[in-house]
Each structure stands twice: as C-alpha cells, then as structure tokens.
Design a protein around this ligand. Structure first.
Ligand code: ADP
Length: 412
C-alpha cells in the first residue's frame, strides 16, 4: 500500500487529502485557511479524530509545516511519520499547450508552470508555491502535477480556435483551453465503468454544475468540446460568472465610463446566478425564492437550464451518437429539480429522464433515465482528489518499473 498526499494550493488556502493506493481509500483530509493573514487556521478530519488549531501562518512554508504537524499528530493524526508519504499529487490549473496529461515534476515542469502563469495569473503562482513547499517538506519524494487543462488538449483546432486574427493565437496563445478537466475525466471514466462499457466505443456529455460550471463532450475517451474557454469565464451561466457574452458589451460599458476593474467584477464576481437573481449565487436560495413567486429567481432558473440545454444540443449534434449524459458538481449531484428541468426538453434528442429514479437517486452514483432512453442519464459524484491520487500512483508505479529495469540492466 502506498500513502499519497494530494494537495490543492490556493493563494491563501491549502486543501489536502491522504489516499491509500491502489485501494483508493481516503485516510483523512484537511484545510488550511487564511495563509498570509495575522492568524490562520487548520481543520483536519480522519478516522482518528479532528485536529484543529489557530496560529500565525505568514506563508505557505509555515502552512506546510502545520500540515506536517497535523498529519503526524500523536492523538488525531493520520500518519505515524511523514516518511510514510511516497508521492504527492498537486492540482495545477494551467498547463497551457505543454501538457496533455499528468506529469512527474522536474525543473522543466516548474518552468512550464511559470511560463503558463500568464494564462492563469491567480492560480499557477499559488499552485507553484504549494509545490515548492511540498518539495521542501518531502525532499526526494516524487511530486506530480495534475493539470485542469490537460484533458482538453485533445480538442481540434475547429473547437479551440476563436474567430480572431491568427496572430493573437501565435503571439499570445489565445485559444480555448477548457478547465475542470480532472473532474470531467474522473466522472466520465466512472460512468463508462458503471455502464459496463469500454471508453473506446462510448461517447459522453459531462455536465459539471457547481459554483463554477462547464460541459464537456468526450468521444471515445477524449475531450472533443468544452464550454470554458481561454479562461473559466466562458460558457454556462455560473454562480457569479456571466458565461457567454457578446464581447461588444464590454466595449459598450467601457464607453459608458465603467472601468476595467468594474467590468471584471461584474462578469466574474457579480454576474451569473447572483447577478441575474439579485438574491444569491447559491442555487438553493434561488429555488426558494422562485417557489415563493419571485419572478427574477424563476427567470434565473430558466436561463441557467436553457444555456445547458443549448450546449447539450450543440455537442450532441457534433457527436452523431451520445451514449451517456452525466451530471456532477454540487448542483448536478443534488438538485433533482434542476436536472429534471434541463432534461424535460431534451426528449427529442433521445434523453429521456425517469422522474422517479431522478428523485430517489439523490446524490448517489446512479442511472436516472428510462430503460428505453437512447441516452443513459447518470448522476456521478465527482472526486478530483481521487483522480489526482490515481494519476500520481500510476506515474510512481511507472517510475518504479523503469528504475527496476535500470537496476536489472546494471546487474546484468
Ligand atoms: P464548487 O464549484 O465551489 O466546488 P459545488 O460543486 O459545491 O461548488 O456546488 C455548489 C452549488 O451546488 C451551489 O450553487 C449550491 O447551491 C448547489 N447545491 C448543493 N447542494 C444542493 C441541493 N441539495 N440542491 C440544490 N443545489 C445544491
């Protein structure tokens, strides 16, 4: 059994989880918050209990030292010694055009993460800080980068090029990258297993509907279309992001005297469900208001569902045959009414929901379509951390095989 540490490092927070592999068993997880503030805190939960504390955390090295203490705490820890960790997997946002799969981190990978920081200025530097702190804590242990963008590197130029002067692509690499790749990859492979099919002959449309939301078309195991674009802003109406816009709206607003910062705030933080409803970015609040007769909330629900249907329709048309439609993310996994609203108008393209199964299947992985539905509708809880552990385990196993090969050659 290998014990692997999965790290998702943001600018002021650090999420982590320990997995036993190949058993795919979570041994516990934790969250460090307010790194860089005067007082930070950690909460770790495992079968051994809860570890909680507050203390100054000036930087990520201090946060990582606290993670080590929590992991090895005598009473409530997860490990006896930090040396039990044999690999670390890092959620890394942007691999640009450099990586189409997960990779063992070396100097070239670090250079690529830095190079691609231009494309993810908030995320990549924070991810890198986590990587450096983990290397410091566990020198000599294999570290793996799992990129959000990597799964979508199989998109064809037809789906990743924008209708802009080509020099903007050659000069600045402005193109569709897509995000949520680790989640779409995980739920689609689990759905294919649930259907007892093989990826090579299965086409899937995966809807990740959380606070951030995106849809991906996966043809024979490969991402061929995805709704997020150059940044995660494009595509669906999300919790606070606008999703697709006529870009001329931005020019219009600039002419009207809105600043770049105002517009950035409106499209990223004050748009989406929050902006449209004027109530909340939380889908549960919008349902509640809609039930009480609030017309803005009712329209918001329909705008959200309408956009999703449009993407499902467009992606279906491009795939010829769709075998499964997957719902995941907080809304996709839990919101039975939204799933029903989306699917109600998709019967004409072979997506036929079983309303009873949809109600009763709650958040469990399960099939919620009629037996005769040409497209199987599946609710599949996502687990990006587990996918990162799986990738890390695979790369470590390959590395061990190669090392064994070298040893055998040396003996010969
Ligand atoms: P994130 O993208 O931040 O990981 P989540 O995947 O947790 O977000 O999804 C958050 C969204 O899921 C919120 O809009 C929340 O309202 C919605 N959600 C969670 N549970 C339910 C539920 N039972 N019914 C409707 N919406 C839900």
């Amino acid at each position: 059994m290998e014990k692997l540490l999965v790290i998702n490092c943001g600018s002021s927070s650090l999420k982590y989880e320990v997995y036993a592999m190949p058993e795919r068993m979570s041994l516990g997880k934790g969250l460090v918050e307010r790194i860089g503030a005067s007082v930070g805190n950690i909460t770790q939960k495992s079968g051994n209990g809860v570890f909680e504390t507050e203390e100054p955390l000036p930087d990520h090295d201090a946060a990582m030292a606290l993670v080590k203490r929590a992991l090895t705490d005598a009473g409530n820890g997860i490990l006896k010694s930090i040396d039990e960790i044999t690999g670390v997997g890092h959620r890394t946002v942007h691999g640009g055009e450099d990586y189409a799969s997960s990779v063992i981190i070396d100097d070239d990978v670090i250079d690529a993460i830095i190079r691609n920081s231009d494309l993810a200025p908030l995320h990549n530097p924070a991810n890198l800080t986590g990587i450096k702190a983990a290397i410091e804590m566990l020198p000599g242990v294999t570290q793996v980068a799992v990129f959000d963008t990597a799964f979508h590197q199989t998109l064809s130029p037809a789906s990743y090029l924008y209708g802009l002067p080509r020099e903007l692509y050659t000069k600045y690499k402005i193109r569709r990258y897509g995000f949520h790749g680790t989640s779409h990859r995980y739920v689609s492979s689990e759905a294919v297993k649930l259907m007892k099919r093989s990826p090579e002959n299965t086409n899937v449309i995966s809807c990740h509907l959380g606070n951030g939301a995106s849809i991906t078309a996966i043809k024979q195991g490969k991402s061929v279309e995805t709704s997020m674009g150059f940044t995660p802003l494009e595509g669906l109406v999300m919790g606070t992001r606008s999703g697709d816009l006529d870009p001329a709206i931005i020019l219009f607003l600039l002419d009207k005297g809105y600043s770049k910062e105002d517009i950035n705030r409106m499209i990223n933080k004050e748009g989406g469900l929050l902006g449209l409803s004027g109530i909340s970015n939380d889908m549960r609040d919008i349902h509640k208001a809609a039930d009480q007769g609030n017309v803005d909330a009712q329209e918001t629900l329909e705008v959200f569902a309408h956009k999703i249907r449009q993407y499902i329709g467009a992606y279906s048309a491009n795939m010829i045959k769709v075998d499964a439609l997957i719902f995941t993310g907080g809304i996709g996994e839990n919101d039975t009414r939204m799933r029903q609203r989306i699917c109600r108008r998709l019967q004409n393209i072979g997506i036929v929901m079983d309303d009873e199964k949809n109600q009763s299947n709650g958040s469990r992985p399960g099939i919620v379509s009629r037996d005769y539905s040409p497209v199987t509708i599946i609710v599949m809880p996502t687990n990006e951390e587990l996918q990162i552990a799986i990738d890390t385990y695979e790369l470590i196993s390959q590395e061990q095989q190669v090392n064994k090969g070298f040893m055998a050659e040396a003996i010969l």
